[in-house]
Design a protein. Structure first.
Length: 136
């Protein structure tokens, strides 16, 4: 199912060019998931088995609503970056499930991450989400 969706999204784009998109999305998902796990560990201590992403996300959003500055500072110290709850891969996935996903939101997430230091600068430069080569 995932492969079929990737083929549809690839549209007319050559596979060698499309890999930049896939790798970028996979990495962004990895960073988002790592942040969710870190927040959950900060709140609940080290745990071997993590709950569903929805529970991790709920933990993050509740803490963010209570003290966004503290959460941002802690996660930046632990991970070296902070992705806003509205820009997490999990959020984008939920939006897609409701047919509310917008590529400009994803581009904003990429841009914000790139602004968080030299480590991320230009990370998504090869990804043009406005390309007419991408499928609808």
């Amino acid at each position: 199912q995932l492969w079929a969706a990737a083929d549809i999204l690839r549209g007319k784009m050559d596979a060698s060019e499309y890999k930049n998109y896939l790798l970028g999305l996979v990495f962004y998902k990895y960073l988002s998931d790592a942040e969710l796990r870190e927040v959950y560990e900060q709140e609940n201590g080290q745990t071997k088995d993590f709950p569903a992403r929805s529970i991790q996300y709920q933990t993050l959003t509740e803490w963010f609503e209570e003290d966004a500055e503290e959460l941002t500072e802690i996660i930046q110290l632990q991970k070296g970056y902070f992705i806003q709850p509205t820009q997490l891969f999990y959020t984008y996935r939920q939006q897609a499930d409701r047919y509310e996903f917008n590529l400009t939101d994803l581009q904003a997430g990429f841009n914000e991450l790139e602004r968080q230091g030299n480590l991320f600068k230009g990370l998504f430069a090869d990804i043009d989400l406005t390309s007419t080569k991408l499928g609808s």
